[in-house]
Design a protein around this ligand. Structure first.
Ligand code: HEC
Ligand SMILES: [Cu+2]
Length: 353
């Protein structure tokens, strides 16, 4: 390498090191610096015990790795600058050193200690979170991952819903954690709402669990975090954290059977005479399929198809006409309904408040 290009290399290295510097600050910033609504998915802005513990651990690891990065980089830069070839160098070999016990011991022992510290801190965080006993009165929810949507069952409340999880807010004055039992109906999935908790997998034939205690009401977004097939990317999660009163109101209305609205009998007949009812439940009708989402209170949801499609009349119609079009690979077939039957079916589904 010629002298000018070496100088240029040093300059580029220093410049990229300086550019990377601000990244490190991220880890140390308090959560409120990111004054974003709860819908953000920033792991550095946790709003639940699990997520906070993970953020603390991540910040600690980042600081240590950052320090190592700067020490190593600094030494490289010093070596490059101080020992570069100068005009008039005699090209003789520099003095050769054949090992130094102290140096070798130091650079073996120090990294081993660092790895032990990082490993122990990580293990402690994992065990702290996993060993927490399930407090009396925690809300129990069973979350089942399916290709490519989420089923949420509240066994004690008699509620079954899909994709949009409702839980009460848990502030320090009134702790109200939610325990999630995680199951899979087909392949491996992973439950991940970054501001509430770390990823927990849903594995076929295995029972996993996690818990959340969100501090602020709002909508928290998440996503399946384990590749589970074609529509993995559109297996989104929405967690609605509500005040106690709002949550109780929601729960009470979810417990009801479907309303038998007037003027939608034609649509209801379509639902009950096609294969819809083999895959979908509408409590209060003969439809009790469990392969697809429970539709009893479909209109209480803001989205359909696991957050992929807004729950509007137009989108709903497009979905029924060709689910494949909105979510390629989807496991709901197009039912080949003509326009009149589609319209009446949409009217019926819109009545499922
Ligand atoms: C073979 C089973 C099957 C049949 C038959 C079927 N569906 Fe579905 N349906 C599904 C599955 C699976 C999903 C979830 C798709 C996804 O999000 O990936 C779904 C999703 C839906 C949704 C969106 C629900 C939500 O909250 O996300 C609606 C609405 C719906 N189906 C209505 C119908 C209607 C009406 C019919 C009859 C015309 C029907 N389905 C026939 C399996 C089926
Ligand atoms: Cu998945």
């Amino acid at each position: 390498m010629t002298v000018p290009s070496r100088v240029a290399a040093v300059r580029i290295l220093t410049r990229s090191a300086l550019r990377a510097l601000p990244l490190l600050w991220l880890a140390a910033l308090p959560a409120d610096v990111f004054a974003e609504p709860t819908t953000g998915t920033n792991i550095f802005a946790p709003l639940s015990t699990h997520a906070e513990a993970i953020q603390r651990l991540a910040a600690f690891v980042l600081w240590i790795s950052g320090a190592i990065f700067f020490i190593v980089f600094g030494l490289i830069v010093v070596a490059l600058v101080r020992f570069r070839r100068r005009p008039g160098d005699d090209d003789a070999e520099p003095p050769q050193i054949y090992g130094s016990r102290q140096v070798e011991v130091a650079w073996t022992v120090v990294p081993v200690l660092i790895v032990i510290v990082l490993g122990m801190t990580t293990a402690r965080t994992i065990f702290q979170l996993q060993d927490r006993p399930r407090p009396e009165g925690a809300l129990e929810v069973i979350a089942i991952g399916r290709q490519w949507w989420w089923e949420f069952r509240y066994p004690k409340l008699g509620i079954v819903t899909a994709n949009e999880l409702h839980v009460p807010v848990s502030d320090t004055a009134h702790p109200a954690p939610t325990f999630l039992t995680l199951l899979s109906g087909d392949v491996a999935h992973s439950f991940w709402v970054p501001r509430l908790a770390g990823k927990t997998d849903l594995i076929p034939n295995k029972v996993n669990s996690t818990w959340i205690d969100p501090r602020q009401p709002g909508l928290y977004l998440g996503q399946c975090a384990e590749y589970c097939g074609t529509q993995h990317a559109k297996m989104l999660l929405r967690v609605y954290v509500q005040t106690r009163e709002d949550f109780n109101k929601w729960a009470a209305s979810q417990r009801e059977a479907a309303v038998a609205a007037a003027g939608v009998t034609a649509g209801r007949r379509v639902f009950e005479t096609t294969a819809c009812l083999n895959c979908h439940t509408v409590r209060g009708t003969i439809g009790n399929g469990r392969y697809g989402p429970d539709l009893t209170h479909l209109m209480s949801r803001e989205t359909i198809a696991a957050g992929a499609v807004p729950n509007t009349p137009l989108a709903l119609r497009a979905w029924l006409k060709s689910p494949e079009h909105l979510k390629p690979g989807v496991l709901m077939p197009a039912m080949q309904l003509d326009d009149a039957r589609l319209d009446s079916l949409v009217a019926y589904l819109r009545s499922l408040q």
